[in-house]
Write a protein that binds this ligand. Sequence first.
Ligand code: SF4
Length: 404
Amino acid sequence: MSSELTPVNSCAQKVLNGQRLDRDEALILYRCAPTHLLGQLADTVRARKHPDGIVTYIIDRNVNYTNVCVAKCNFCAFYRDVGSREGYVLGFEEIFKKIDETIAVGGVQLLLQGGHNPDLPIEWYEDLFRAVKGRYPDFRLHALSPPEIIHISRLSKLTVSRVVERLIAAGLDSIPGGGAEILVDRVRRLLHCYGKATADEWIDVMRVAHRAGLRTTATMMYGSVEADEERLEHLWRLRELQEETGGFTAFITWSYQPDHTELAGVEATGLDYLRTLALARLVLDNFENVQASWVTQGGKVGQLSLAFGANDMGSVMIEENVVRAAGASYCMDEVEIVRNIEEAGFAPKRRNMHYQILGDPIFRERQVPRMRSLATARAEGDDSVPVELHKYPARSRIGKQVRT
Ligand code: SF4
């Protein structure tokens, strides 16, 4: 770095000295710093927090229990309307089968998320969680993003804290940070996701969850309609809550995927991704872990993320439905993730959601099947209705007809 004290250099110097950036300084770096400098700074912070040269990943399965959703976010290609022939709810048996397959490849948890289905009462979630824990006591449930918790709270007329309490009692282990998009209400209105959760509501669910003892992740979907300042505002909201509760384990950012969405548009470039990732590492100085989003960026940019602040390669992807519906379909199994980590000069280790190290790559300990393509929630054309659904009262008119 040149010794000349330009605004960029003085902000960079602050990072190197271990000082906090303020908003103006973060914006200066984001807008004006050369990409290699941003990467170098983010990598310095990453190395300070993780001097052991370890890059972690988790083996889990991303299961979308339903695609029926009344929220209708305009950036989403995954959801189907109530009554759609393509709408589905997974049965408990289908979910058990997915868990069996996940355990077979060394998996330790389900990342369980879905649409805002008006015909699934809180009892359905409780029964599912209890059934999973009854069969697989050590298997973890990383489930239900803040907007889903709000949806359940509205449907059941219970407070968010009561919903969280009941779900914990049923077996919920942690909450994924989905549905954050950009935590600025102007943006949320434009994305038609203000109704599902305002910025304050999203933050409040996380606060409640952290206070109830749950750890959660935090996410950001950038590259739709927001301004640079709004990306920063999002990061600031997360940094403030982390300061208050310390409950976030990790941050994950990905770019808006426009294919087949109502909003349409173009996808952010790889460079934008790397700059945004680096910015997040610099601003979120109270987050230990930053994930690479290779699921949206592909393995090659995912690997480069490790030089731009990321210390984690996220999850081995066994199944993916949401991002694929919007046009991105990258697949890496454990062998491939480990290859990318090692060729970037790091030591790969398996972890759990709490970032505790579970061990070396499982495929080096025992034989596991290779996964060269992604599973889907359901086989195409399967429109079966799970038997247990009939136990629960439907709320929508169409749901009532189906269940009588
Ligand atoms: S992003 Fe989630 S809440 Fe929004 S429409 Fe899609 S499934 Fe529904």
